[in-house]
Design a protein around this ligand. Structure first.
Ligand SMILES: [Zn+2]
Length: 310
């Protein structure tokens, strides 16, 4: 249970962490005793409010002293979320190729392929959100600082909403595809009648009118609404998750990880708005999210005491 190194002790990861300790506190960090923000103060110094050693606060805030069960849950959540993000990115690429290939394969039923692909994407989304839920596990021990609750809870709430919206979008997609097949049948029959009646095939507006009348509008509206809401909820989940991870990165004393989290935070804000239409930003977001999660998982590994493979 207690594989993680505790505060004092010679050798092992705790010793490495002490060597890596910055000379000045680089981030917002509460004093372990009085909660005063000791940012930019020398680690070797004392809190100006209560004279507690700042090194003691640094150690208390550090992930090295976090409960092992919490660190384990965090690492598992990171791995699931990271692989989920990569799997979603792979699905994005796959759907483009499959769409292009279907044009050359008239024998394959596009309905079956679309439904299968949408089912896989929904499953991955659910697994990934389970990862987000896991990595936002609360730290169930009295810590010498206030935990960052708001983004953590927001990420959890958004993850639940994402799962519900993904299921709604999948069902809507199913009905749209089925409706489109009916439209194709109706249009084939209509064209057959038109060519029998006159060689020209009838005026084009008649065909357009026929098409508009038969499109599965209710399902299309549902699909559009659920997809837009899903994108927004997904971006909120990622954004809140990364704000929380940035704070965890500070506790890991990993400046690169903190910066990377900031990039993903801003990208997710952009992706939910303008760039969401282009489709490249969400894709990039998934890749970056995976990078953050893997980096965290790797950094957390010595704290969990896992030695074999990721
Ligand atoms: Zn103090």
């Amino acid at each position: 249970m207690s594989d993680a190194p505790q505060s004092a002790g010679t050798g092992g990861p705790a010793e490495g962490a002490r060597q890596a300790m910055p000379e000045h506190v680089r981030y917002d960090m509460p004093c372990v005793q009085c909660g005063y923000n000791v940012r930019s103060m020398p680690v070797a110094g004392k809190c100006p409010e209560c004279a507690t050693s700042i090194a003691k606060s640094v150690e208390g805030f550090s992930m090295q002293t976090a409960p092992p069960a919490f660190v384990r849950a965090l690492r598992r959540g990171m791995l699931v979320t990271g692989w989920g993000a990569i799997a979603l990115a792979a699905c994005t690429i796959a759907s483009v190729f499959v769409g292009a290939l279907l044009g050359f394969m008239p024998r394959i039923n596009p309905l079956a392929v679309t439904v299968a692909l949408s089912g896989v994407v929904t499953m991955i989304t659910i697994v990934m959100m389970a990862g987000v839920w896991k990595l936002t596990t609360p730290e169930r021990v009295d810590r010498p600082f206030a935990p960052l609750h708001t983004p953590r809870l927001l990420a959890r709430g958004a993850a639940v909403v994402v799962v519900l919206l993904a299921l709604w979008a999948m069902v809507a997609q199913l009905f749209v595809q089925q409706g489109m097949q009916n439209v194709a049948t109706v249009m084939r029959a209509f064209r057959g009648q038109a060519t029998q009646a006159q060689a020209g095939g009838g005026p084009p507006w008649q065909a357009i009118n026929m098409l508009l009348q038969n499109l599965p509008w209710a399902s299309i509206v549902q699909l559009v609404v659920s997809t837009v809401l899903l994108t927004i909820a997904w971006c909120i989940a990622v954004c809140a998750c990364m704000v929380y991870c940035r704070w965890l990165g500070r506790r890991m004393r990993d400046a690169k990880l903190v910066k990377l989290c900031s990039v993903v935070v801003w990208l997710s804000v952009g992706a939910s708005g303008l760039f969401g239409c282009i489709g490249i930003a969400p894709f990039l977001l998934q890749i970056l999210l995976a990078v953050v999660c893997w980096r965290f998982a790797r950094a957390l590994r010595p704290l969990v005491g896992v030695h074999a493979g990721a």
